[in-house]
Design a protein around this ligand. Structure first.
Ligand code: PEP
Ligand code: MG
Length: 575
């Protein structure tokens, strides 16, 4: 049966392929086939994870609370029993060998079977024990994450597979990079969630906020994904398929044409140069930056170096990563953001339970309460500055106290390098992200104390409009054109320009062609975006007259009716 679902358009392009579902429970598990020669290794990996889980449970016995020792022992005995149940240990093991699949998948399939058995019990107590099964499997999955497996291989029809998930974390999505699904669909998420941002970086069509796709779509269903309009068509008829194949060809032709802009400079019709920089997540994104001829890196989200691992990267490992990017850019600016962990990017060891993670210990707030972690990164960044044009960018600053503490932490890191005689750029610029309305409103503090500013519109919009950027239920309220957002943007750009402090926008707004002229009209001259977006934005700049743009932008700033603002924006973008 053919049906259509509407979600939130996140990453453009049209994909046509077959659905590959990931788990329907809260445990999102990838499924991939292994080549023959890796099967034994995978079985060993599974055994090692079981053993680790056994040890963990045994260790818990030593710290059980005295006042509830008996209940705790019963719980541990039950979990150990489930761990050794044939379904979990033996059957999953056999399945890996038989079906040549990854351990996580085998475990998940066996768990589903066992849960079904438990659900069939008449006794309510026994029925409830399915929760314990899921908890045990979660424990093993976590330990499996610590026993590094093989990246899912690019299957023969890999390029045609469409990932359908209830939700995918940014950490999981970044791991998919090498094996390339041709589209990504999720039930949850908003347009500027980090999952959406990574999908855009992968240059893969993506629709989020589909609500029930994971439930309605079946494995291997044929799907058309229209990433531009946020629509998916499941099991389309031949006529629709033919129409979308045509659209897909046209879209690819457009992309090819845009490549012709590679050697062109980004200048407006009156010859004003606009600096177009790239956002990256990992050093291996560098070839894309070059391919799309970015004039620098405006945002290196360094926290991605910290995800998907047990041990955090030490100073030397971080230094090598930053140096590789600094050297690779050959003197062009490389703006490295200190890690923005917390909220939707959690790491082991410093994970904290917050009732509202977006408002909790995130980014610089986390750095300042974990001074050792911060110091390690600052030393690595300073050391890398000796090898290129490195700038330090600090996320989520809210005011003078945090700026002062940050600058003090940098000074301390510098002193430690001085004592050891380690070279670094003594003039290294330190900038702040403007992501919190308080920062935008207290801008003078920022222009006085910092060398440059970068506006994170994703968070600035989230915090100004009080909408969680990861929550699809409020995604319709996310509005870059809200007068309050426009006021803050105009205020920050105008005052930074007046103070002679370089300012850029590195949030998703920077890469959306619909907003390019508006941002230029507000006085912005530097934008940073995913490499894949650079040519479209450059094309728009090449056809832009600043004089006309500024006049309409001022009208937009005075308007408060959404329809009127849209109409003016259309006028701005015409021609
Ligand atoms: C932003 O908030 O706009 C930004 C660039 O940072 P991130 O998306 O990583 O939070
Ligand atoms: Mg941000």
């Amino acid at each position: 049966m053919s049906f259509t679902l509407h979600g939130i358009a996140v990453s453009s392009g049209i994909a046509i392929g077959h659905a590959h579902l990931v788990s329907h429970t809260s445990l999102e598990v990838a499924h991939y086939a292994l080549p023959d020669q890796l099967v034994q290794e995978e079985v060993a990996r599974f055994d090692a994870a079981l053993e680790t889980a056994r040890h963990e449970l045994a260790a818990l016995r030593a710290v059980r609370p005295q006042q509830a020792a008996a209940e705790f022992d019963a719980f541990l005995d039950l979990h150990l029993m489930i761990l050794d149940d044939d379904h979990i240990s033996k059957a999953a093991r056999e399945m890996i060998a038989r079906e040549r699949c990854n351990a996580e998948w085998a475990l998940k399939v066996q768990m589903d079977e066992l849960v079904m058995h438990f659900e069939a019990f008449e006794d309510a107590y026994l029925r409830e024990r399915k929760t314990d099964v899921v908890q045990v499997v979660e424990r093993v999955l976590k330990t499996l994450a610590g026993h590094a497996g093989h990246a899912p291989p690019a299957t023969e029809h890999g390029a045609k597979m469409i990932l359908v998930a209830h939700d995918v974390s940014p950490a999981d999505l970044i791991q998919l990079k090498p094996h390339q699904f041709s589209a990504i669909l999720t039930d949850l998420g908003g347009a500027t969630s980090h999952t959406a941002i990574i999908a855009r970086g992968l240059n893969t069509p993506c629709v989020v906020g589909l609500h029930r796709a994971r439930l309605l779509v079946r494995e291997n269903d044929e799907i058309i994904v229209d990433g531009e309009h946020g629509v998916i068509i499941v099991n389309p008829d031949r006529q629709i398929l033919a129409e979308y194949r045509l659209r897909q060809d046209q879209w690819e032709l457009e992309r090819k044409k845009l490549k012709g802009l590679k050697t062109k400079r980004a200048i407006t019709l009156e010859g004003v140069r606009i600096e177009l920089h790239a956002n990256i997540e990992m050093p291996h994104d560098l070839p894309d930056v070059k391919e799309n001829s970015a004039a620098g890196i405006g945002l290196f989200r360094s926290e991605f170096l910290f995800l998907n691992r047990d041990e955090l990267p030490d100073e030397d490992e971080q230094f090598e990563a930053y140096r590789a990017v600094a050297e690779g850019m050959r003197g062009l600016p490389v703006t490295i953001r200190t890690f923005d962990l917390g909220a939707d990017k959690q790491i082991k060891g410093v994970q904290r339970v917050a009732s509202n993670p977006a408002l909790g210990l995130r980014a610089i707030r986390l750095c300042l309460v974990e001074p050792q972690l911060f110091r390690t990164q600052l030393r690595a960044l300073l050391r890398a500055s000796h090898y290129g044009n490195v700038k330090i960018l600090v996320p989520m600053l809210s005011g003078a106290a945090e700026i002062n503490q940050t600058l003090q932490a940098i000074a301390t890191a510098r002193q430690s390098l001085d004592r050891e005689g380690v070279p670094y750029n003594r003039e290294i610029p330190v900038g702040g992200m403007i992501e919190i309305p308080a920062a935008a409103l207290a801008l003078n503090t920022f222009t006085r104390k910092l060398d440059f500013l970068s506006i994170g519109t994703n968070d600035l919009i989230q915090y100004t409009l009080a909408i969680d950027r990861t929550d699809e239920e409020v995604a319709h309220l996310y509005d870059p054109l809200h007068p309050a957002v426009l006021y803050l943007l105009a205020h920050v750009i105008g005052n930074a320009n007046k103070a002679g402090i370089p300012v850029s926008v590195c949030g998703e707004m920077a890469g959306e062609v619909a907003y390019t002229r508006l941002l230029l009209g507000l006085g912005l001259r530097q934008l940073s975006m995913h490499p894949a977006q650079l040519f479209s934005v450059k094309q728009r700049i090449l056809t832009t007259s600043l004089a006309g743009t500024e006049a309409i932008t001022h009208k937009i700033l005075r308007a408060d009716d959404p329809a009127k603002i849209r109409e003016l924006l259309d006028r701005l973008n015409a021609g």
